[in-house]
Write a protein that binds this ligand. Structure first.
Ligand code: FE2
Length: 350
């Protein structure tokens, strides 16, 4: 069984954004996996899959270093890895568990879990913070963006840096993200126009690891604007029912003829897992132990942050409805958190 130790894989690409990671390598290995995963996760894994994590790692090692590197990475291409045999052995849910626990360890090591909003975010997978910016700063941003000449002449980067340099914003984004970040990616500065129908109206998860998106509302967003809906607590992959759902979905995702395939997996293009497309969401959510989704309505200057590894969707709105907000996201590879410093921290705790 030890032969896969020779397949210990490293990712020599430097981690660009964070000084404490910049000179380190990814240290994923059997030993690391065993250290990172809690015994609760290992037991849950075995109960759901039927075999030990070690057995899966052995078979993964047989596929070679390139394959293993791909499994422990999070590019668009590797969002879901189609391999019926290894997914049956639990490969997809191992990726889910590992990335979550790496993020949790890092949040503890760096003190980000001391943030006063951490408990709420950790429990629910979302935060809704009213009156987030000082009134003056918010009004400056809003007036810049709603100015009719904004798109043509205003320096978008100035808006971006203005909010990114706000310490309160940096702290809350870092806490939710699980590691320190200064400049998240902003993908929308002014408004979103709703077009019907749209595939993001199905409850879905974007990806298999903790990842955040955020919105700063530039106007009051009520239910008629079709705001984001979120299922509280559905971000936590260590919950047994969610993990079972992920396992079941990973088994049908590469089988187009399976009755569940069309309901759970939308297209090969986005590889996002959907919850019961065209079916009864309430029944399926209840069976997973979750309450119904809640709409993220809020006044202007509300900051909404969600973990998109939880079930979410866009709300209903008339075609052409406009929602004004600044929207952004952070999506970094969680496996790169397995650096020497973190492994020393984990070793010190065990
Ligand atoms: Fe999404």
């Amino acid at each position: 069984m030890n032969q896969y130790k020779s397949n210990i894989f490293r990712n020599d690409k430097p981690y660009p954004s964070y000084s404490y990671l910049s000179s380190n390598k990814s240290l994923m290995s059997l030993e690391a996996v065993n250290k990172i995963l809690s015994s609760k996760s290992k037991n849950l894994f075995k109960e759901i899959v039927g075999n030990e994590v070690d057995e899966l790692l052995y078979h993964m090692g047989q596929q070679g270093t390139g394959f293993v590197n791909a499994v422990f990475s999070s590019t668009k291409r590797t969002k879901f890895i189609e391999n019926d045999f290894l997914n049956k052995k639990g490969m997809h849910i191992l990726r889910c568990l590992l990335s979550k626990e790496l993020t949790d360890h890092n949040r503890n090591m760096t003190g980000l879990s001391q943030d006063p909003n951490f408990q709420s975010f950790n429990k629910n997978g979302y935060l809704k913070l009213e009156n987030f910016l000082d009134e003056e700063e918010f009004e400056f941003l809003r007036s810049q963006i709603v100015n009719p000449s904004f798109k043509k002449s205003s320096p978008h980067d100035a808006i971006k840096y203005k909010i990114s340099e706000n310490k309160k914003f940096q702290n809350i984004i870092s806490m939710a993200n699980g590691f320190h970040i200064t400049y998240p990616h902003f993908d929308s500065y002014d408004y979103i126009m709703v077009h019907e129908p749209h595939k993001t109206k199905d409850l879905h998860i974007d990806i298999f690891f903790p990842t955040i998106k955020f919105w700063l509302y530039l106007e009051d967003i009520d239910i008629s604007k079709g705001p984001l809906h979120y299922v509280p607590g559905s971000h936590d992959d260590t919950k047994e029912n969610k993990l079972r759902w992920l396992y079941e979905t990973s088994l049908v995702a590469s089988q187009p003829s399976h009755p569940l395939h069309k309901k759970r997996k939308f297209t090969h293009k986005d590889n996002a897992f959907r919850l019961c497309i065209g079916g009864d969401n309430k029944t399926e959510l209840n069976s997973l132990g979750f309450n119904m989704e809640i709409p993220m309505v809020g006044k202007k200057n509300t900051l909404v942050i969600i973990d998109v590894n939880g079930f979410h969707r866009r709300g209903d709105a008339a075609d052409g409805t406009i929602r004004r907000s600044i929207r952004g996201f952070v999506r970094e590879d969680p496996f790169k958190l397995a650096n020497e410093e973190l492994m020393c921290y984990i070793n010190g705790r065990s």
